[in-house]
Design a protein around this ligand. Structure first.
Ligand code: GLU
Length: 469
């Protein structure tokens, strides 16, 4: 039997972290078993569904590399099919028209509240012949006895008594089908045999199983994955920071870092933290997903991001870094080779945004010195080494890392000081702050002309300082 899983988002917002993890688990399960991964857009809520949101979901999936084998299928294009199934249930006496008034339903709910029981429809219209020309809904005739046992791949067996489940509306007065009906028809038609979804849907599962059985279908297997909490224990939401997958791209995360982070959110394999996608496919197992909710930890995501920045091919990182440079009004095709920049900065940045920020000095002059760095390294006593290195650099015909290294070293030797006494004022002069790649890389990437003019500017800064003293 071919395994088929699906991701079935409602397009009412961006693709968020929880949705992406559900999609990842479903995708991994399908890949692991050589099966199919289906994407279905559950857009029947016409008021809340938007085309932007569909695009955001597709974009997020593409960015993460969660490619689907079938779809996207849109539920709004399948109304005819849903009506066909509703009619089939009606014909078989498994669904019925109901025209109970709002007042009657409200009164029933109030009564249940008063008695502290679960509000449920009392089956009033089950045996009534409601005129099809009158406004009405259609309800599914839920079995009254027995229980539905969901044999969940994550939760284990969860039993629901049929007495707790009332006759669910499957078609609204306006003729539109409801969520539980559309999901059942789609999972059936799309041959889905493993449903992996958020555990907020667990209560829907016995209802869906009953409808499937009424249609003569064997229900799929279910796996309800627990929710994700923010670090304060509340359900993960915007106030915990980024929750939209695309916002992570904006903030300079690599897709493989986010995927690696998401796979470990509620799943583990020994104490392994780093997983390539191939390893995830090989090792992931839905049975090993935790029952308990998991907590989102931005520090850990940053750590993984740094790991992937450090270990990825510099040319690829350069490609991904380029738009972040653009946001700083830098065109990296003019000036230093961005791949060289990445090589020099790979160990120094946790995100691509940070890498762009700490690399801006290579392409454009900075506005002001970091105050602390200038105070410490652009003092009157630093004039001498700066002037000496200025002359030495001016005289260079070749601008290579080796020659630059030697030059700085020779200046220090000639002045009989440690190399840092030359390199540090030079660094602050050229970078504007006290941290940058090695001095040879720094000078090389900034280039001769800009280095010399920035040294000149630093000397003027020292002059002013002397005058103000
Ligand atoms: N459309 C539902 C949601 O976005 C998911 C339904 C399902 O997975 O069965 O929450």
């Amino acid at each position: 039997m071919t395994i088929s899983t699906r991701f079935a988002p409602s397009p009412t917002g961006y693709l968020h972290v929880g949705g992406a993890r559900t999609a990842l688990f479903s995708w991994l399960y399908a890949r692991k078993h050589g099966g199919q991964f289906v994407l279905r857009i559950e857009d029947t809520d016409l008021e809340r569904s938007t085309a932007e949101s569909v695009n955001a979901i597709l974009e997020g999936m593409t960015w993460l590399g969660l490619e689907y084998d079938k779809g996207p299928f849109y539920q709004t294009e399948r109304f005819e099919r849903y009506n066909e199934i509703i009619q089939q249930l009606m014909d078989n006496g498994l669904a019925y028209r109901c025209n109970c008034s709002r007042e009657r339903l409200d009164a029933m709910r109030d009564e249940a509240m008063k008695n502290k029981t679960k509000p449920r429809y009392d089956g009033h219209c089950r045996n009534r012949q409601v005129d099809p020309n009158e406004p009405h809904v259609i309800r599914f005739l839920n079995p009254e006895d027995g229980a539905v046992v969901v044999d969940d791949l994550v939760r284990g067996k969860v039993a629901f008594s049929n007495a707790e489940l009332d006759d669910l509306i499957i078609k609204r007065t306006d003729g539109s089908p409801t969520y539980n009906l559309t999901v059942v028809v789609d999972d059936m038609d799309m041959d889905i045999n493993v449903v992996i979804r958020g555990d907020d849907h667990l209560n829907n599962t016995p209802r869906q199983i009953n409808i499937l059985r009424a249609l003569g279908q064997e229900p799929p297997k279910y796996a309800h994955v627990p929710m994700i909490l923010g670090d304060d224990g509340a359900r993960l939401s915007k106030r915990h920071g980024a929750v939209s997958v695309m916002q992570y791209r904006e903030e300079g995360y690599l897709p493989e870092a986010l995927l690696n982070y998401l796979v470990r959110l509620g799943w583990s394999h020994g104490d392994q933290e780093i997983f390539t996608v191939d390893e995830m496919i090989e090792l992931f197992d839905i049975d090993a997903v935790n029952k308990a909710a998991s907590t989102f930890n931005t520090e850990k995501l940053l750590w993984l991001n740094q790991h992937y920045i450090k270990t990825s091919d510099p040319a690829r990182i350069a490609h991904l870094l380029s738009p972040h440079m653009g946001k700083l009004d830098i065109d990296p095709s003019e000036g230093a080779d961005l791949v060289d920049v990445v090589r020099a900065q790979q160990e120094r940045a946790k995100t691509l945004v940070e890498m762009a920020e700490i690399s801006a000095f290579i392409y454009k002059d900075f506005d002001a010195y970091d105050e602390k760095a200038a105070k410490k390294n652009l003092r009157p006593a630093d004039r001498k080494p700066l002037e000496a290195v200025q002359v030495a650099l001016q005289n260079l015909d070749e601008w290579t890392r080796e020659i630059l290294h030697q030059t700085v070293e020779q200046v220090a030797e000639a002045l009989e000081v440690k190399m840092g006494k030359v390199a540090q004022p030079l660094r602050v002069a050229v970078v504007g702050r006290a941290a940058s790649p090695g001095i040879d890389d720094t000078l090389y990437l900034v280039g001769k002309e800009a280095c010399l003019s920035r040294i000149e500017r630093a000397l003027e800064f020292i002059t002013q300082r002397e005058q103000n003293a």
